[in-house]
Design a binder for this molecule. Structure first.
Ligand SMILES: [Ca+2]
Length: 200
C-alpha cells in the first residue's frame, strides 16, 4: 500500500507509476482543478484509475493539493485449475486454466442459493480470493458517582458493515470439484457488545 500527500505547482506534471493495481487520488484543495487525459476534476472528488493506465496529472491554474493512494487489491491470489484435464498435454495434470470468468453456486439446506464468481487472468495465481474487510466501532461514556467511585458504559460493534468475510483457506480452485469457489467457513457477522464497569 502507498499513500502520498502531494502539492503540485501550476504547470508541473506528475506521472503516477503503474505498478500498483489499485490507484486513486482525492483532491483536497478547495479550488483545485486537474486534467487527467483531458478530463477535469474538482476539489473533494475521488478519482479511481484503471489498472495499468498511464496517468499524468497537471495543475493547470495554480498550486493544488491532493492525496495519492493505492496498493494491491484485497484478497490472496490463487490458481484456477482442473485436476482431470491436462491442458498442455504434457502428461501432468493440475495445469492452470486460461483466462476467463468462472462461477459456481451452492444451494443450502434452508433453500438459499449463493453464487460465487471470479475473474481469472489465467496462469498461476491468476485469480484473487474475496479478501477480508471489517470496520469496528467503540463508543464509551464515563461518569462519576462520588470522588472515589466512577462507572462507564461501552458500546461496541464488530464488523459494522456486516460484510460477509470468508475463510480464504477453505476456497478450492479446482473446477472439477463440487466445492469449486465455495468457501465452507464465514467469519462472524455484525456483532454488538454492551459493557458496564464500576471502578473504585
Ligand atoms: Ca499438463
Amino acid at each position: 500500500m502507498f499513500y502520498a500527500d502531494v502539492s503540485l505547482s501550476a504547470g508541473v506534471k506528475l506521472w503516477i507509476p503503474t505498478e500498483h493495481e489499485e490507484r486513486a487520488i482525492f483532491i483536497v484543495d478547495g479550488s483545485a482543478e486537474f486534467q487527467l487525459n483531458g478530463g477535469t476534476f474538482n476539489a473533494s472528488q475521488l478519482v479511481v484509475f484503471k489498472p495499468g493506465a498511464e496517468i499524468v496529472l497537471t495543475a493547470p491554474l495554480k498550486s493544488d493539493r491532493l492525496i495519492l493512494l493505492g496498493g494491491e487489491p484485497l484478497g490472496t491470489p490463487f490458481t484456477i485449475f482442473n485436476s482431470n484435464i491436462d491442458a498442455d498435454q504434457n502428461g501432468i495434470l493440475f495445469d492452470p486454466l486460461p483466462a476467463g470468468s468462472f462461477t459456481s453456486s451452492r444451494t443450502f439446506a434452508n433453500g438459499e442459493t449463493f453464487n460465487f464468481a471470479v475473474d481469472n487472468k489465467g496462469g498461476v495465481n491468476g485469480a484473487r480470493l474475496p479478501g477480508f474487510f471489517s470496520v469496528d466501532l467503540r463508543l464509551a461514556y464515563k461518569f462519576s458517582f462520588t470522588e472515589r467511585i466512577n462507572a462507564g458504559f461501552t458500546f461496541e460493534v464488530f464488523n459494522l458493515a456486516n460484510r460477509t468475510n470468508y475463510d480464504e483457506l477453505t476456497v478450492s480452485g479446482n473446477t472439477s470439484q463440487s466445492t469449486f469457489l465455495i468457501p465452507s467457513v464465514a467469519k462472524p457477522p455484525r456483532t454488538l457488545q454492551l459493557g458496564f464497569r464500576i471502578a473504585f
